[in-house]
Design a protein around this ligand. Structure first.
Ligand code: ATP
Ligand code: MG
Length: 317
């Protein structure tokens, strides 16, 4: 869906200036950014530290105002308040009263967001179960691991069953297991038809869960695209891993195919043009070598990200 009906978040030419302190010069943090997020999408807002991700999210949450430009959620200007029950928010470095238990804190937020008392207990129980914390529901948050605290944060963002969820760095500070748990929760949100907007700089997580990304560098959007579009693209080369290759054959590969070789004992890794793969394989197999793997190069989010940062550095010279 790309029509305005399916558009959940829309940001147009948004500029944000901060005045770092009394008497200090204004600093432009967002330089007229524009992008949109479609219904049902997991959208990754990606950028290095200080790029402007949290600032953009605060603007969307109505916590700060844009210097100029327009931002809307579900067709409502972000300055309005009536649509807020449709959105959930996990702030960066979410702070909880850590002397409370997971159940108590969720009950507190459910109360704040107007969940009727008759339904609150059940809602809190469902959420604790949903984020996998039923076993720790009555432990103080102080005793939780970072991953558990982050899961309570996500449960808090879902307490009023919003249709759009905004997460600021949901995987930060988590180990690989914690990150996987959060990724799985995010994928479950999409399966339930929710739209997810997440700020992050952990590129592998973005590749695994997001449908689309925008890359922001120094307050400017440098890239926007669907993950599956760029993951399907290659650079026309292929990595081969071989064993038992005769030394003459190695020399021939370098000379005739411009192969870039890396060797580890009997194991040889080389990169060749995709169109030469069959010929190279026929030749080395004919000489008694074994083929361990053949992997086409794919464009990674990391290479797009590094290009975007480099482009920005060059533009700033
Ligand atoms: N209240 C403020 N006053 C002045 N400058 C600010 C303020 N808030 C943010 N900034 C500046 O705006 C820039 C963008 O900050 P922001 O927090 O949006 O970055 P970010 O992309 O979320 O980074 P990170 O990945 O570290 O969370 C930074 O240079 C920051 O110093
Ligand atoms: Mg941030």
């Amino acid at each position: 869906m790309t029509d305005s009906e399916g558009e959940v978040v829309r940001i147009e030419e948004v500029v944000k200036d901060f005045r770092p302190g009394f008497g200090l010069r204004r600093k432009r943090v967002l330089h007229g950014i524009s992008f949109s997020v479609q219904r049902g999408e997991i959208f990754g807002f990606v950028g290095p530290n200080g790029a402007g991700k949290t600032t953009t999210l605060k603007l969307l949450m109505g916590l700060i105002r844009a210097t100029s430009g327009k931002a809307s959620i579900l067709g409502h200007d972000v300055g309005e308040s009536a649509f807020r029950r449709e959105i959930g928010f996990l702030p960066e470095n979410a702070y909880f009263y850590d002397f409370l238990t997971g159940r108590e804190i969720l009950d507190f937020y459910a109360r704040l967001s107007g969940v009727p008392s008759a339904r609150r207990k059940e809602r809190v129980g469902t959420l604790l179960d949903w984020v996998g914390l039923s076993h720790a529901a009555d432990m103080r948050i102080r005793t939780y691991s970072k991953g558990m605290a982050q899961r309570v944060g996500i449960a808090q963002a879902l307490v009023h069953d919003p249709s759009v969820v905004f997460l600021d760095e949901p995987m930060s500070g988590l180990d690989p297991i914690g990150r996987k748990e959060i990724r799985d929760l995010i994928l479950r949100l999409r399966a339930e038809g929710k739209t997810v907007f997440m700020n992050t700089h952990i590129l592998s997580d973005v590749e695994m869960v997001c449908d689309r990304v925008a890359i922001i560098v120094e307050g400017r959007i440098r890239y926007e695209g669907r993950i599956e579009d760029f993951l399907a693209e290659g650079d026309g080369r292929c990595d081969l891993v071989l064993s038992g290759v005769a030394p003459e054959a190695i020399q021939e590969l370098e000379e005739h195919h411009g192969a870039e070789l890396r060797g580890h004992g009997d194991r040889v890794e080389l990169s060749v043009k995709e169109k030469d793969v069959s010929q190279v394989l026929r030749r080395v197999l004919g000489q008694g070598a074994d083929v361990l793997s053949v992997t086409p190069h794919r464009v990674s989010l990391e290479s797009i990200f590094m290009d975007a940062v480099r482009e920005d550095e060059e533009a700033g010279k």
